[in-house]
Design a protein around this ligand. Structure first.
Ligand code: FAD
Length: 476
């Protein structure tokens, strides 16, 4: 009997139930990896993220060989092509069961439903497992079974549930070499690493062990509570690209924390951030409209300002607000941005420039190595006051104040905005005109005070419009 393990965003051997159960009782198994270049493009994901996925895939194929599992790497343009391909594959590799770890987003769920509908009538057993989040979406609900719309009560119930369901991550299964194990891997993909530079590989070394070492070092040092808001310090774990493609699991993150800090880790700020990841995924699961880029809250007027020139300045890190420009340039250079700065640049675009948050969301997705549909959407809707439990519209970050507070000495700014390298700590957050001229750094693209006042009245008007619409609807 042959089992097929279909790896998706779970590129790891440890804590991988699909792999573990496919190999149970010394079963012979073959691993399948599918690269979807067109689907990836349609989802607007970063080319570098696809290269990161491929690099981890190649590493995993080698490690699977040692477990006696051979691999197939297949290129198929779209998710819709998978069901037919698997029917054909079953002719050549007569698998009787297929194993995977669940993906919960709309297109992925539709793909898996198509595959199940195609394979089950052929007598092939489909075995889905939960593995990529702390808890399966749908687990944490209010007494009336509805989804929480506020994070804190969700988190409290989540922790309670997690404590009573906690299980150690699965270890790497033992493999058994079968007669076919030595066969070469079947690859129909042209690998080219154009989008994944040596610098990026240095920043995010390839392989499950490298990711685990980073995690281990982080939980042992862990001064997260004090350091997490300062972008010049490596005070956060920077494991997000690994989590996004499943090189490590959220449960492994939790397990490392529990091992290092005991039961109190359940209530730590870092675990709370992991729960935000689950929260946004759970929201997207409950409200598939979010995967279609609709706002969580109904919007009265969805006509954001059309200002391509300003948007381009924001994209390129040329707004004249040093902290904003540093963040946007970090994104372009490294495919990553510190969370505090993500909040600053997102608030800048959606609240101060009144530019549609969806443009920002798409730009992030096109460049982030950790680009994650649910977390990115959640972060953007939080920042633009359109989301669930979002920052209210009147909470508008002042980029200069944020910069003074969180990058006091300007170290982060200097790293990414070299024009300002020689500017004093005092001046660097908002240099005077003559300094800007001297450094060839541009003037602010907007006037903060004017933009803030405009934003406040614009959002207020939208809310009033919305109330009027509801009022009219109610009186019909
Ligand atoms: C506008 C905006 C867009 C974002 N887009 C993404 C995205 O596409 N992908 C992504 O993984 N995160 C996103 N985030 C959340 C957060 O910025 C990153 O997860 C974090 O910066 C990653 O760095 P880290 O691994 O060092 O995080 P740590 O602070 O060490 O946190 C550990 C892990 O918890 C999760 N996490 C932390 N903060 C959040 C959060 N606010 N929401 C959801 N999960 C969180 C991440 O998986 C992260 O790796 C976004 C935030 C904002 C404000």
């Amino acid at each position: 009997m042959l089992n097929l393990i279909w790896f998706r965003n779970d590129l790891r051997l440890a804590d991988n139930p699909a792999l573990t159960y496919a190999l149970q009782a010394d079963q012979e198994a073959v691993a399948l990896f599918i690269i979807h270049p067109d689907q990836h493009k349609q989802h607007g994901e970063a080319p570098a993220k696809l290269e990161l996925i491929k690099a981890h895939m190649i590493d995993l194929v080698e490690r699977l060989k040692k477990l006696g599992v051979r691999s197939i790497i297949k290129t198929l343009p779209w998710f819709d092509d998978v069901a037919d391909y698997l029917i054909e594959l079953a002719e050549v590799e007569p698998f009787e069961s297929i194993f995977w770890n669940e993906n919960y987003w709309l297109n992925e769920q539709q793909r898996d439903q198509q595959v199940t509908a195609a394979l089950e009538p052929m007598g092939i057993k489909v075995n889905p497992y939960h593995s990529n989040y702390l808890l399966p979406p749908g687990t944490v609900r209010k007494g009336d079974s509805s989804m929480y719309h506020v994070f804190t009560p969700y988190k409290n119930k989540f922790i309670e549930t997690m404590k009573s369901h906690y299980a150690l991550p699965l270890s790497i299964p033992k493999g058994v070499v079968h007669k076919n194990s030595e066969e070469t891997t079947s690859i129909d993909h042209q690998f080219n690493h154009d989008h994944f530079s040596a610098d990026l590989v240095n920043m995010w070394p390839i392989g499950e062990q490298a990711a685990a070492s980073r995690l281990k070092a982080f939980v042992q040092h862990n001064d997260y509570q004090q350091e997490r808001d300062f972008p010049a310090i490596a005070g956060t774990s920077s494991v997000s690209p690994y989590l996004a493609i499943g090189v490590i699991s959220a449960n492994q993150c939790l397990a490392y924390m529990l091992k290092a800090h005991g039961e109190s880790a359940f209530h730590s700020t870092w675990v709370s951030e992991l729960i935000w990841r689950d929260f946004y995924n759970d929201l997207m699961f409950e409200y598939p409209k979010l995967a279609k880029h609709q706002t969580f809250k109904p919007q009265a007027v969805d006509h954001w300002h059309h200002n391509p020139e300003l948007f381009e300045k924001w994209q390129c890190g040329q707004t004249g607000f040093p902290i904003v420009d540093a963040g946007m340039r970090q994104l372009l250079q490294e495919g990553w941005m510190h969370n505090r700065v993500r909040m600053i640049v997102a608030s800048f675009l959606s609240k101060l420039c009144l530019i549609d948050w969806r443009l920002g969301e798409a730009h992030f997705m096109a460049h982030l190595l950790d680009g994650d549909l649910a977390s990115n959407n959640g972060g953007w809707q939080w920042s633009s006051a359109t989301g669930c439990d979002a920052a209210p519209y009147f909470r508008i970050f002042n980029p200069t104040t944020q910069s003074k507070k969180f990058d006091q000495e300007g170290a982060y700014i200097r790293k990414y905005v070299p024009e300002l390298e020689s500017v004093s700590n005092k001046e660097i957050h908002d240099p005077a005109s003559e300094i800007r001229k001297k450094c060839a750094y541009q003037e602010p693209a907007i006037d903060y005070k004017v933009a803030r006042a405009k934003a406040l009245s614009w959002f207020k008007e939208k809310i009033e419009d919305l109330k009027n619409i509801h009022h009219k609807q109610a009186s019909y």
